[in-house]
Structures are given as C-alpha cells and as structure tokens.
Design a protein around this ligand. Structure first.
Ligand code: NAD
Ligand code: MG
Length: 395
C-alpha cells in the first residue's frame, strides 16, 4: 500500500528534496497535499507533477493566482493557517513532512502530532520554541516523530533500537553533534565585522534556505540543534556536545558508557535523512552519491570557539535558563537574521542584539503554548527596537 504524504513547505529546500525522493518511488509514496508561501509558479509545477488533492498557500491573492494556474486540474487550492493545519491532520494522510521555516511551522506541525501522524520534523524551531508541549502532544496522541535535521537523524540512527527517551537506561553517555563550522570557521576574527549577507549564505557543504544558511554561519543553527536534541532525545544539556567537523561526512555520534562511539556517515545531501524517515524502518534509494572515503581522505575535528561563535553560547544559556528563553531566542533570531539579510544591521550585531533581547526578557512565563507565543511576540518587538536603535547609532 502506498504511503500518503503532506509536504509542508514543499517549495523550500527540504520540500524540493523530499519531492525528489518521492518521485523515485511512485509505487511507495503518494502526495496528498503540498504547501508553499510565495513561489506560486513552483508550487503549480509541483502540483502538475504530483497531483495532490490539496495545495495550500497563506493568503487569498496567492490562492487565486494558483487556482488560475491549475484551472481544470484535480487539485483544490486552500488558503490560510487553518488550511495548513487541516492538511496536516487529514485522515487519509500517514506522514507529514514539516518543512516550513521558522516559528510559522509550529502550528501545522503540532496539528500533525495531535492527529497522531508520523511527523517528519525538519522545522527545528518547533522544538526550540515549544519542545515540552510538542513532545507531550506526540506522546499523548500516539504520533511518531522522525528527525529530518541531519544531525538528529544521525543520532536517531546511532541510538539503540527502542530508545525510550532515557539516556541512562540505554548506557548512553553523550550525544556529539557535529557542525561544519560554516563559511567563517577560519576567517580572521578582526574581519568578522565586514561579513556580507552574500558571504554568510554561501555555505561550504550544504545548499539550504537563506535563514538556516545565516544560522549556520553564526552557529546559531547548532545552538538551536542542541535545544532540539534536548527534547528529541530527552538529554540533559551537559550530555550534548558540539564538535566541529568541517567535512560534514559524520553527521553526529552517540557515545556509550563502555567508550563505544556510533556514528552515521554520508555525503552531505539532505535526501539521505529524508529518505531514511520517509521509508523508516525500511531503506530506499535516495539518489545520493555513494560515499568515497578514499577520495575524501581526511576527517578532522575541533572544538568550537565561542568568541568566534557567540550565538552557540547564547543557545546553551537559553537552554540552561529554560522556560520561555529558547522561544525568545528563536523569535529574536528570526528578526535579526532578516534584518542582517536586508542589510539593516551588520553581522556582529546579530549576537549582540540577541544577547540584549535575552537580558531584557528574562523570567517570562512558559506554562502554556499561549505563554510561549506571547514570549515570541515580545521578543520580536524587543529585537525590532534594538535593531532600530542600531540603525540610529550607525546613521
Ligand atoms: P526554505 O526557506 O528553503 O523553505 C521554507 C518553506 O517554508 C518554503 O516552502 C516556504 O514557502 C515556506 N514558508 C516560509 N514561511 C512560511 C510561512 N510563514 N507560512 C507558511 N509557509 C512558509 O527553508 P529550508 O532550508 O527548506 O528549511 C525548512 C526547515 O527545515 C527549517 O526549519 C530549517 O531549519 C530546517 N532544516 C533545513 C535543512 C536544509 O538543509 N535546508 C536542514 C535541516 C533542517
Ligand atoms: Mg542540521
């Protein structure tokens, strides 16, 4: 029987890679719904290729444009956040690929979890913002959570079968998250102030969306991934370590009490973790190049330097503070990254602004999802104020 899929964020990097894997296995997977925000032509083309029952965009104007492009076809076009939740919870859907970027991905991913779906989670921001509530929803509604983020997928593959969310009962000592170190790993510290958006989005190993590319350059991405790992594997912060591995061949590791370290290796191609989760527990061909270790030759490792990557330190700080701090960090980060990409703030203001927002908003309540959404809103306001101040200072 074919596996029915909703792909949230189908027009993005993860969405496109997902559809690439799906297209290789028409006998195994069927697309029920695709969603996108702005790239209507691309979404229309995907609908013509995969014939989903639904296509969802955010606003009515875009829905009108998409309907016109798909006139006479079998795809029904819907609009709005509720429609994203609707296609995440459809009875005929087995798996939901949650690949919207940013906090906007939380509600549809949560809808999928509450409907007991198999959730293929790329949107790490969901766990950073609301890890406790999301994991509770997964448990309560019998959903299955499979990590798409390459590091977490590697950890998942390196964990013992039947891992029940308790490191100590499985003899797990540490989770070692690898990081490439991004484009600025060896750049002169004195020149970090001159970094441009073009330089920041040019990742040496991975092709990704713009926001996550900037996060990789600052290593905020790894910081968000530490928080993601905390919730996915129920590990304490001191059980999660980051090691820089510039070749991006080992995607992460699990260390056991007896000293064994298990790792997952592959070429840096997101189709591997995507195919792993789509087919789990089976294995399917993903279209990736086979790993040629002799050609790669050398795998190297180093510790991250927090002076170079202060965002990583801020993420550990937010995790230790707990409560709403990770949601605040995440929301403020979205604002500062957008401001940096628009050239409204220089590179070094990214970490400085985040630090300012975290200090300003300590002790916000985090007893409910509404509290976290409120903290997200406050963080965005605070970040925008600090960003505006930075503009005034430069003028
Ligand atoms: P992207 O920017 O390429 O794509 C984002 C997708 O989300 C697009 O389809 C876009 O239309 C949609 N979208 C954006 N804002 C939206 C909104 N407000 N409402 C509804 N839809 C919206 O991003 P990406 O690189 O594919 O990343 C997607 C997610 O996967 C992110 O959370 C990222 O952290 C995570 N991730 C990506 C990679 C990667 O290699 N690209 C690796 C690991 C994890
Ligand atoms: Mg990752």
């Amino acid at each position: 029987m074919r596996h029915n899929l909703t792909v949230l964020g189908a027009t993005g990097t993860i969405g496109v890679n997902t559809l690439d894997v799906v297209s290789r296995h028409p006998d195994k997977f069927r697309v029920i719904a695709l969603t996108g925000q702005n790239q209507i032509d691309k979404l229309a083309q995907q609908c013509r290729q995969f014939h989903p029952r639904y296509a969802v965009v955010l606003d009515d104007d875009k829905a009108g444009a998409l309907r016109a492009l798909l006139a006479g076809g079998e795809t029904e076009v819907l609009a709005g956040l509720e429609a994203l939740e609707f296609v995440s919870a459809l009875p005929e859907v087995d798996s939901v690929m949650a690949a919207i970027v940013g906090a906007a991905g939380l509600r549809p991913a949560l809808a999928a979890a509450r409907a007991g779906k198999r959730v293929l989670l790329a949107n790490k921001e969901t766990l950073v913002m609301a890890g406790r509530f999301f994991m509770e929803a997964v448990k309560e509604h019998g959903a299955t959570l499979l990590p798409i983020d390459s590091e977490h997928n590697a950890v998942f593959q390196s964990m013992p079968a039947g891992y029940d969310g308790n490191p100590s009962t499985h003899g797990v000592r540490r989770i070692l998250l690898t990081a490439s170190g991004g484009p600025f790993r060896t750049r002169e510290l004195a020149t970090l102030k001159d970094i441009t958006p073009e330089e920041a989005v040019a990742h040496p190993n991975w092709v990704m969306g713009r926001k996550i590319s900037v996060d990789s350059a600052t290593m905020m991405n790894k910081g968000l991934e530490v928080i993601e790992a905390r919730w996915l594997f129920n590990a304490r912060p001191d059980q999660i370590e980051v090691v820089i591995h510039p070749q991006s061949i080992i995607h992460s590791m699990v260390e056991y009490l007896d000293g064994s370290v298990l790792a997952q290796l592959s070429n840096p191609d997101m189709r591997t973790p995507i195919a792993h989760s789509l087919a789990y527990p089976e294995r399917v061909e993903a279209g990736v190049n086979w790993l040629d270790l002799a050609r790669i030759g050398t795998l190297t490792f180093e510790n991250p330097d927090l002076r170079r990557f202060p965002c990583l330190g801020l993420a550990y700080q937010a995790l230790a503070a707990g409560g709403a701090a990770p949601a605040i960090l995440n929301a403020a980060n979205e604002e500062v990254v957008a401001a940096f990409l628009d050239r409204r703030i220089p590179y070094l203001s990214i970490a400085a602004t985040l630090d300012g927002v975290l200090q300003r908003l300590s002790g916000q309540p985090a007893d409910s999802l509404d509290d976290l959404m409120a903290a997200d809103g406050l963080a965005r306001v605070a970040a925008r104020e600090l960003i505006a101040g930075a503009d005034v200072c430069r003028a």
